[in-house]
Write a protein that binds this ligand. Structure first.
Ligand code: FES
Length: 157
């Protein structure tokens, strides 16, 4: 008998929360990786908050779990170790600095490219960490590295 109903509806199963570890452990390590319904994710614990996102960078598939966390414009970001792209932990936006070339006195400003990295939901229950995959219907650049042909190729390497 299928108690949670997931066998009747594959979509329900794909978006059901998955336990990825213990709160005590991530508070020490500050990050962990997991596979949630066949999708690789990284979970960060930063300044008392949990953040989960696709593990491969939206730019070229870099390993975000190996990046450093830094603040830009007051926003905590993971900095991809491959080409240093900055991705906000809270929203998955790609940040960049821009300057107005017609204004020589202008200071560089932090701008957003929009949401590039898919963010997933983290919940804590009884000391366990759960990740629920994002159901947001928009096409996110990091989906390319998290699903389909690229993922299958990466598994073979
Ligand atoms: Fe992440 Fe290029 S792969 S910045």
């Amino acid at each position: 008998m299928d108690l949670d109903g997931s066998e009747q509806d594959p979509e329900v199963k794909e978006y059901s929360p998955v336990c990825v570890g213990r709160e005590d452990d991530i508070k020490k390590s500050k990050r962990m990786t997991a596979v949630v319904h066949d999708r690789e994710v990284v979970i960060f614990y930063h300044k008392g908050e949990y953040h989960a996102m696709d593990i491969r960078c939206y730019h070229s598939g870099g390993p975000l779990h190996l990046g450093e966390i830094e603040e830009f414009d007051g926003r905590p970001c993971i900095v991809c170790p491959w080409h240093k792209y900055k991705i906000t932990l809270a929203t998955g936006e790609g940040l960049y600095q821009s300057i107005n070339p017609r204004d020589p006195s202008a200071k560089p400003e932090w701008c957003s490219k929009g949401v590039k990295q898919r963010i997933h939901t983290v919940t804590v229950d009884n000391g366990n960490i759960y990740v629920t995959l994002s159901k947001e219907p928009f096409k996110c650049d990091s989906d390319f590295y998290a699903t389909g042909d690229f993922k299958d190729t990466a598994k073979m390497m």
